[in-house]
Design a protein around this ligand. Sequence first.
Ligand SMILES: Nc1ncnc2c1ncn2[C@@H]1O[C@H](COP(=O)(O)OP(=O)(O)OP(=O)(O)O)[C@@H](O)[C@H]1O
Ligand SMILES: [Mg+2]
Length: 240
Amino acid sequence: MKLAISGKGGVGKTTLSAGLLMALVKKNKNPIAVDADPDANLAATLGFPEPDKIIPIAEMKELVEERAGRKGGFFNMNPRVDDIPGKYCVEHNGIKLLVMGRIKKAGTGCYCPENALLKALLTHLIVGREDILLMDMEAGVEHLGRGTSGGVDALLVVVEPSLRSIETAYRIKKLADDLKIKKCFIVGNKIRDENDRKFIMKKTLGLDVLAFINYNKNLIDKINIDDMKVFSDMLEMVKI
Ligand SMILES: Nc1ncnc2c1ncn2[C@@H]1O[C@H](COP(=O)(O)OP(=O)(O)OP(=O)(O)O)[C@@H](O)[C@H]1O
Ligand SMILES: [Mg+2]
């Protein structure tokens, strides 16, 4: 099972990712988490010790150079990556985490070894491995390239009770359709009352709403076990 989480900035992607990862661990699964957000903070949210000391793959200069750098005048467009999860995952409380780092915007005709390596690594994680994978992404789904996105079982798009976040969700849904991602679900977050729930239902017509997560002050510092049910229910719904 490969899940990707997207949505507008600040809606709760990382919170949802962390909640689902913890729910997976509770079910005795051993998930791999990918932090594909340039401003990575999944490690901190998951309570990894010294999260600031984790070096993102894109910033591992020697590795990037060795795998995807220029050799004999040629760039390696298809770098070896199969050993990277084993060597560079950090692990805490049963969750393995890979922090990807900043994916540079594709420039015209410019080859960037960091992007080549990250792209190959994502492809490998999505289509080349059996693990349960969960990716915390930014608003776009662009880094799920055409070749890899077919391997994603579901994309969860987080919204909050705001029009802006729902507009972003429609834009992401369109990208997901273009990339032929099989299932795309909406998760309504930061729900304070019935009106919030109704607002999201009304404004997301045509989209599949998977679940709602209540506004919960406790979620801000730390996800605790009492908040887990909504996350484990969600796993049931996406059939993990
Ligand atoms: N259900 C909730 N109840 C209360 N606070 C929440 C809830 N979900 C998320 N938050 C808070 O909202 C803020 C943004 O959440 P989070 O970092 O998960 O969003 P994000 O979409 O990953 O943001 P970014 O786009 O910056 O990566 C955090 O302070 C988080 O604790
Ligand atoms: Mg985040």
